[in-house]
Every structure is written in C-alpha cells, then in structure tokens.
Design a protein around this ligand. Structure first.
Ligand code: URA
Length: 253
C-alpha cells in the first residue's frame, strides 16, 4: 500500500533514522542477485524495535502521564507508529473535557488530518446531528477522540498491529478522562475496547462494562456515521441505540 514492490538489500534499513549510510548504488548487473561490492555496509545499524517492544514502550510512556495535556504531549513525541510519518497532524480530542460522556471513533480522515480535530468531515457532521437528536452537543455534553491519532493513508482500514500500538494511549486517555459513559463509534474502536471479534451489526446497542481501576463504566457501540452514509438502512437501528443511550444518561444523572 505504500508502493513497496521490490527489495534492494538483504538487510532492512530505516531510512527515517539519521545515519551515515551512503545511498545504495544501482547495480549494473542484469541478474536479480545482490552485487555485494556495491552494497554499502552500515557503520552502525539502528536497532529497529519489534512490535512487542513498541507496544511496551507505548504502555510505559502512557502510564507516566498524569494529565490529558501530558498524554497529548507524549503522543506528539511518540514515534512508534508509522502512520505518524504520513499524517499532517496528530488528532487528539475535541468537545468538553469536563463532561461525563466519552465518544471514541476510529481514526482521522482527510479533513481531520488537515485541521487536527476529530470528526469534522461529513461523517462527523452526521455524528453531531445524531447526538443533537438526543439533545447532546459536542461543545457542552461530550468529549470526543479516536483510537488512532493519525490518519491512515487513503483512509484505509487500520491494521491490528497499528491498533495494538495505539491502544495503550487510548486506555490511559480513558483512565485520565474517567467518563461515566463510553460510546464507541464504529467497529474498530468497539472491537478494540470490547475485546471481541464480532462485527458491529452484532455488538451495536449492547451495553458492556469498561473496567476502570475503581469503577465499571457502561459502554456501548453504535454504527459509524460513515457506514450509515453508505448503508442508510441501519439508521433505524441506530435511532433505537441513541434513544437507549439517552435513557442510560438519564438513569445515571
Ligand atoms: N472517522 C473517525 O472514526 N474519526 C474521525 O475523526 C473521522 C472519521
């Protein structure tokens, strides 16, 4: 998807790291084998973290943050997710940080990437209308973020690896925000936080509990507005889910 269609050396080189490695000269041989006389030796090959090391690094960096501002700064510093390299902005949050409702989507798309705010494109505008229909506004009543702070190229689906790397930041985000209700928008954040492989048509509207250190927070998934734009037949079920969310909010007041 990034346009890699051939390998040019036997050892991977992280070209994003600053090294003294000279550029590989074009081999003049017609064969596919590597001409070692033209392959430069790296003076010191940078250590490339394994996936598990990157997840552990994200977990320990996130754990040290004690405020949302610190978490945002830590995410801005974190270089373990390759999506950051192609994104224009790190998208952290929008809405009311003093509210009780936390809304969690998937990842920024093009508009969000350009402006650095979640859910401001067409699906985001539909999401605002959906919440307005149950008297909730982003400015006053809820806080909104995404599982992934960086836009995947071409708005492609996130890979499991990318989700696993950013999940520790999202979990810390939830702990620091300490919501009374969590609303998961779409299948990706729902699968990640509900720890299920079931699809959104099965899990939407079913309340589960999210374990915070000292409490259980009700959480529910709804269809993603981008999906509703493509599949409007699910709007009816979404309306029932929204009414149910409204009742739960009233119950908790
Ligand atoms: N879709 C999402 O899940 N999040 C955004 O911020 C935008 C589109």
């Amino acid at each position: 998807e990034w346009g890699v269609d051939e390998t040019i050396s036997e050892e991977p080189i992280n070209w994003f790291e600053k090294t003294d490695i000279a550029p590989i000269k074009q081999s003049t041989t017609a064969s596919n084998s590597i001409n070692t006389s033209t392959t430069p030796k790296a003076k010191s090959t940078p250590h490339l973290a394994t996936h598990q090391e990157t997840v552990s690094q994200a977990t320990s960096v996130a754990a040290k943050c004690t405020t949302l501002d610190e978490l945002k700064a830590a995410i801005l510093e974190f270089d373990g997710c390759s999506l950051k390299k192609t994104a224009s902005n790190t998208v952290f949050c929008d809405g009311n940080p003093d509210s009780d409702i936390m809304v969690i989507g998937e990842a920024p798309a093009d508009k969000e990437d350009l402006e650095g705010k979640p859910f401001i494109g067409e699906p985001g505008q539909l999401l605002d209308k959906m919440f307005a229909a149950i008297d909730l506004s982003r400015e006053k009543d809820f806080y909104i973020t995404n599982l992934m702070p960086w836009r995947p190229p071409g708005n492609r689906k996130l890979t499991d690896t990318e989700c696993e790397i950013c999940l520790p930041f999202l979990k810390r985000h939830i702990e620091l925000f300490a919501p009374k209700i969590i609303i998961l928008v779409g299948a990706t954040s729902a699968k990640a936080l509900m720890n299920t492989t079931d699809g959104i048509t099965k899990i939407h509207g079913k309340w589960k509990e999210y374990d915070l250190s000292d409490s259980q927070v009700p959480m529910v998934a709804i269809f993603h507005p981008a999906y509703l734009i493509r599949q409007p037949q699910f709007k009816k079920q979404t309306w029932h889910d929204l009414l149910d969310i409204k009742s739960k909010i009233m119950e908790l007041k």
